[in-house]
Design a protein around this ligand. Structure first.
Ligand code: PMP
Length: 428
């Protein structure tokens, strides 16, 4: 039985990637605390998704709540054109102290997709300023996902993304094969490296930037590839004057077991996009960081400014929230928490590889991925997951977990026990 609120929602409100006339009503959340979501019907769910990678410290963390309340008492927003404020400066100081050291300039914006738009504009303006006006396209790898606005869509996987609907209206970009070498393989295979070599020989002089999700491809397939691939790519980019753009929107802030996924390969990108967990999942906010070389080259060219300036750029409330989230991360407990989650996933999920209905299982940091042979039927699986007391939202053949870092050992066990029970009940 749908509640009046659900009935109105279904009739009038869009949800992510959904029909305006959805078959299933969305579940109504009335409260969220720690890793627990309270539903209107009284059920409580353990959150296995961190609200799409973002709520790393759990819901209603007292320090972040306090930082937001304090900033609201000062001012929630002020335009950033010609003005600045302490939350923006404090957050930038903190951010620059944790990202790879040659990143030195921060551009704040509203969402991950916009951060990618900004990164692509930075890359084109940089190449333009250098007189490399033939460099108009970007390159990327298949299986990637970079957001839903126009230019990010052009570098999403053209088959698995929504790209095919728009393909003749998007900018044409270059796609390389998805790296085959898994994160924990002994080494990156020659085939992967040669694909990069061949591509750069053929197109390296005409590419503005190579954009990819470092180490973990998220919404495009939850695939973890070898750090040496990233190292080799960084070398190729440098040799050919191509900017390397790391989209760390999903991977940033500890999720993979390192502060940033680029740290697994010990490389510094020219441009880096951050979002999602930047505010501990409290509020939409993102940042595009670049090196001094990129920033100053843009300044030296025509028109000498970066032509982007969102109304809510560096929103003080978002900056104060992000700063509080970073302070919590800097206390360092996240490292042990992520290791505990990884160890639990290794113990409980990896043995599932022997199940007939499971094609693959992958674990990295606080991410556990179960890849099935066939796509799940959402209408079947989601109500069963909710009935089992967990919030997990599979897509396609992928059922994956990335809980808030603060999840307890008992909750972790409940989460994986419930998930395995539902999967076995449906498919074994
Ligand atoms: N890049 C990556 C790697 C992402 O995972 C996402 C969001 N899923 C985006 C970009 C887009 O971010 P947003 O949804 O905040 O626009």
């Amino acid at each position: 039985m749908s509640t009046p609120l659900q009935v109105f929602d279904q009739a009038h409100i869009w949800h992510p990637y959904s029909s305006p006339t959805p078959a299933l009503p969305p579940y109504e959340v009335t409260a969220a605390k720690g890793v627990i979501l309270d539903l209107a019907d009284g059920r409580q769910l353990i959150d296995g998704m961190s609200s799409w990678w973002s709520v790393i410290h759990g819901y209603q963390h007292p320090d972040i709540n306090a930082a937001m309340c304090a900033q609201i008492e000062r001012f929630a927003h002020v335009m950033f054109g010609g003005l600045t404020h302490e939350p923006a400066v404090r957050l930038s100081q903190r951010l620059l102290s944790i990202v790879p050291s040659s990143l030195a300039h921060v551009f704040y914006c509203d969402s991950g997709s916009v951060a990618v738009e900004v990164a692509m504009k930075m890359a084109l303006q940089y190449q333009h300023a250098r007189g490399e006006t033939q460099r108009r396209q970007c390159a990327t790898i298949l299986g990637g996902y970079h957001g839903d606005t126009w230019h990010p869509m052009s570098v999403c996987d053209p088959q698995t993304g929504m790209h095919h609907l728009y393909h003749d209206r998007l900018m044409t970009q270059h796609f390389l094969p998805r790296p085959r070498s898994r994160f924990d393989d002994a080494q990156c295979c020659d085939e992967d490296k040669n694909a990069l070599n061949d591509f750069f020989v053929a197109h390296g002089e005409r590419i503005a930037a190579f954009i990819l999700e470092p180490i973990v491809q998220g919404a495009g397939g939850m695939w973890f590839y070898h750090p040496d691939y990233l190292r080799h790519l960084a070398t190729c980019c440098k040799a050919y004057g191509v900017l390397l753009v790391a989209d760390e929107i999903a991977t940033g802030f500890g999720r993979t077991g390192q502060w940033f996924a680029v740290n697994h390969a010990d490389i510094t990108p020219d441009i880096m996009c951050l979002g999602k967990a930047l505010t501990g999942g409290y509020i939409s906010f993102a940042a595009t960081l670049c090196t001094t070389e990129v920033a100053h080259t843009i300044a030296s060219g025509d028109p000498g400014v970066l032509m982007h300036g969102p109304t809510f750029m560096a929103n003080p409330l978002a900056c104060a929230t992000a700063d509080a989230s970073l302070q919590l991360l800097q206390q360092g407990t996240w490292q042990a928490q992520v290791q505990t989650i990884a160890a639990h996933f290794n113990d409980t999920l990896l043995p599932l590889r022997t199940r007939d209905y499971i094609a693959d299982v992958r674990v990295l940091g606080a991410i556990g991925v179960i890849e099935l042979h066939d796509a799940v039927n959402m209408a079947h699986i989601v109500p069963r997951l909710v009935a089992a007391g967990i919030w997990v939202r599979p897509f396609g053949r992928l059922v994956y977990l990335m809980p808030p870092f603060v999840i307890s050992a008992a909750q972790l066990t409940d989460l994986t026990d419930a998930l395995i029970g539902v999967l076995d009940g449906l498919y074994a």
